[in-house]
Design a protein around this ligand. Structure first.
Ligand SMILES: *[C@@H]1O[C@H](CO)[C@@H](O)[C@H](O)[C@H]1NC(C)=O
Ligand SMILES: *[C@@H]1O[C@H](CO)[C@@H](O)[C@H](O)[C@H]1NC(C)=O
Length: 531
C-alpha cells in the first residue's frame, strides 16, 4: 500500500462520513419522480421481442422510431441527457427500412434479416463513441466545434447491422468524472431523483435508458463509466472482456496498446436478456472469441462473492450500504436454490486495488490531457487552472481537473512503485482467472452507495476501484439492477467472469432479471391499448 495515497483516501472517507449525511438531510428526502409515465407500449418491449415483431411484419420501424422520439422529447426536459438529436434523419432511415421489408418476399425476408439483424431498430449513442456528422465535444468548451467525420467502430457495427441512431448523449468533460456535469451544457439529472446525478461518464445513456427513452445505448467504460450510470439509473450495463470491442473513433483514446484492454465500449439497456445479442453485434468479428452460441446452464455456474474489499483496504474504502450488500445476498440465495454452488472469495490479493488501478491509469501513454498536453510535466498552468476552478472561474470543469490531477501527480506514487503494482496486477489476473475458471463468476458491489448527490463525486473518487480494477485486469463485468432501496433509488451489483467468459455474466443477468424484474420504471406505466 502507498501511505500518501491511502492517507488521502482516509481523509476523503472521513469528510464523506461527516458531510454526506448532512447533504442528505439538507437536500431533503426524495420527492416523487418528475418523469412522465410511459403510455406507449412499444417502448416497453425488449430488443429480442421487437426483432420478432418486425420479422412477422407486426411492427413497423417508423412506428417504433416515432415512439422513442416522442418518449425522448417528453423526458429530456427532466434529465438533460441529449447533446444533439437526428430525429428527421432517423425517420427517413426508418421509412427506408420499412420499404425494404415490404418489398421482400418469403425467402428474401429471412435473408434480409440475416444480413441486417437490427434492421429498422433505433438506438442511442454516448457522444464520446463517435456518430458521423454529430458533435463530439465530450463536454469540453475547447472541442465545442468538433464534429465526428466518421462513425466510431462500434457505432459502425451497430449501424451496419441495420440499427438507426437517434442522438448523441451527454458525458462529463473528457469523460473524466463519475457524474455528468459538462462545461458545455446543463448537468444530466437522475430520473429517479433529480437532486442526484445520473452518474458518469455514460450519464446520458444511463438516464435515457433508466427513463425508458432508449431501447439500448452504445456506451464506454475505462473506470466504471458503464457500470456506475447503470447502477444509478437501475439498468443493465456490460463492460466486455478487454480488447473485445474496438475503441477506434472514441474520444478520449490513446495509442498505448493497453488502453485497448482497459477501455471498452459496450451496451447499456433496460433488458438483461438483450445483453448477449448486443455485445455480439458491437464486438463485430471478435464476437467469435466469446463463443456466445454454445449455451450455458445456470446450475453449472459456480458463484464466488465478496461484499466489499477486506482488511485495511476494506477499512479505507467506503463500505457498501446495507441494501447494496443485501442485493448480493438475495441473488445468492436465489441462485443457490437454482442449483449453483456458492463460495465466499478471499479478497487478500486485492489489497492494492487502488494502487493498481490508479497506477495503470498514470502509465497510459499519450492519453489526452485537458490542458497543455505537449508539456505535461509543467504543472504551473494546470495548478493555476485548478485554483480558478475552485473559485468557479475556470473554463474547465472541477471534476475533470480533479480526475486529471491523479495523472498529473502520478497518483502520489513513484514510477518504481507503479511498475511494481503493475507486475502485481499481472499475477492477480492469472490467479483470479484460475479461481473463476471456465464456469465461475464473482459477485461484487458496483459501488458502495446508490445514486449520489450532484457535486459530491469528489468525496467518492477513491472508491473508483470497485469497478476500475476489473478494467485493468481485463475481466468482463455486468451491472445487474436488483430493485430499489427505501428512498426509491435503484440498487444492484456487478457480476464478473474470467476473460472471454462474458456469456456467464449474461446468463446470470437473464436469470436474475426473470426472478427480480430487472429495471423498474421511475414512474409507473399508464399504458394505452395498442392501436
Ligand atoms: C510523474 O512521473 C514521471 C515519469 O516517471 C516524472 O517524469 C514526473 O516528474 C512525475 N511527476 C510528479 C508530479 O511527480
Ligand atoms: C453544484 O456546483 C455547481 C457549480 O459547479 C453549482 O452551480 C450548483 O448549484 C451546485 N449544485 C448543488 C446541488 O449543490
Amino acid at each position: 500500500m502507498e501511505f500518501l495515497l491511502r492517507l488521502l483516501q482516509c481523509f476523503l472517507k472521513l469528510i464523506s462520513i461527516v458531510i454526506y449525511p448532512l447533504l442528505n438531510l439538507l437536500l431533503a428526502r426524495k420527492g416523487p419522480s418528475t418523469i412522465p409515465p410511459i403510455r406507449n407500449q412499444l417502448v416497453t418491449y425488449p430488443l429480442v421481442d421487437v426483432i420478432k415483431l418486425m420479422r412477422q411484419r407486426k411492427l413497423k420501424s417508423v412506428d417504433l422510431v416515432k415512439a422513442y422520439i416522442e418518449r425522448i422529447k417528453e423526458v429530456d426536459p427532466h434529465i438533460n441527457a441529449v447533446v444533439q438529436d437526428r430525429f428527421e434523419g432517423a425517420l427517413e432511415d426508418a421509412k427506408r427500412a420499412d420499404g425494404l421489408i415490404a418489398k421482400a418476399t418469403g425467402e428474401q425476408l429471412s435473408a434480409l434479416f440475416r444480413r441486417y439483424i437490427l434492421l429498422g431498430i433505433p438506438f442511442t449513442v454516448k457522444e464520446s463513441c463517435g456518430l458521423k456528422g454529430m458533435p463530439i465535444r465530450v463536454g469540453s468548451r475547447q472541442r465545442a466545434h468538433l464534429i465526428s467525420a466518421a462513425n466510431g467502430d462500434v457505432v459502425n457495427n451497430v449501424v451496419a447491422a441495420g440499427g438507426i441512431p437517434l442522438l448523441v448523449s451527454i458525458t462529463p468533460e473528457y469523460c473524466f468524472s463519475m457524474e455528468t456535469n459538462p462545461a458545455t451544457q446543463k448537468r444530466c439529472l437522475n430520473p429517479y431523483d433529480n437532486k442526484r446525478t445520473a452518474g458518469g461518464s455514460s450519464g446520458g445513456e444511463g438516464a435515457l435508458n433508466g427513463a425508458g427513452a432508449s431501447l439500448f445505448g452504445v456506451a464506454s467504460d475505462i473506470a466504471g463509466s458503464i457500470r456506475f450510470p447503470s447502477l444509478f439509473n437501475g439498468v443493465f450495463g456490460h463492460k466486455p472482456t478487454g480488447g473485445i470491442t474496438s475503441i477506434e473513433g472514441h474520444f478520449p483514446d490513446s495509442k498505448d496498446k493497453v488502453c485497448r484492454e482497459y477501455l471498452q465500449l459496450g451496451p447499456i439497456t433496460r433488458f438483461g436478456r438483450d445483453l448477449g445479442l448486443l455485445t455480439q453485434i458491437m464486438a463485430g468479428k471478435n464476437a467469435e472469441k466469446l463463443d456466445l452460441l454454445t449455451p450455458v446452464e445456470t446450475k453449472d455456474i459456480k458463484i464466488f462473492y465478496a461484499l466489499g474489499f477486506d482488511g485495511l483496504n476494506g477499512v479505507l474504502h467506503k463500505s457498501p450500504e446495507t441494501e447494496m450488500a443485501l442485493s448480493i445476498l438475495t441473488a445468492l440465495k436465489y441462485l443457490k436454490s437454482r442449483g449453483c454452488e456458492v463460495e465466499r472469495a478471499p479478497m487478500t490479493d486485492f489489497r492494492n486495488s487502488l494502487e493498481i488501478s490508479l497506477g495503470s491509469l498514470v502509465l497510459l501513454e499519450d492519453f489526452p490531457y485537458l490542458i497543455n498536453t505537449a508539456n505535461k510535466k509543467n504543472l504551473n498552468e494546470f495548478l493555476t487552472e485548478m485554483g480558478k476552478a475552485i473559485l468557479g472561474k475556470s473554463e474547465y470543469t472541477r471534476d475533470a481537473l480533479y480526475f486529471e490531477s491523479i495523472r498529473r501527480f502520478n497518483a502520489t506514487m513513484s514510477t518504481e512503485n507503479i511498475l511494481k503494482y503493475k507486475a502485481e496486477a499481472e499475477e492477480l489476473k492469472t490467479k483470479f482467472a484460475k479461481l473463476l475458471g471456465n464456469n465461475g463468476v464473482f459477485f461484487f458491489p458496483t459501488f458502495p452507495v446508490p445514486a449520489i448527490h450532484h457535486n459530491s463525486s469528489i468525496l467518492f473518487l477513491s472508491n473508483v476501484d470497485y469497478c476500475m480494477i476489473f478494467n485493468i485486469l481485463g475481466f468482463p463485468t455486468t451491472h445487474i439492477p436488483m430493485g430499489h432501496d427505501d428512498n426509491g433509488l435503484p440498487v444492484g451489483f456487478q457480476v464478473v467472469a474470467a476473460p472471454y467468459k462474458d456469456k456467464l455474466c449474461f446468463q446470470i443477468a437473464g436469470e436474475l432479471e426473470a426472478a427480480y424484474g430487472g429495471w423498474v420504471i421511475p414512474t409507473p406505466h399508464q399504458l394505452e391499448p395498442l392501436k
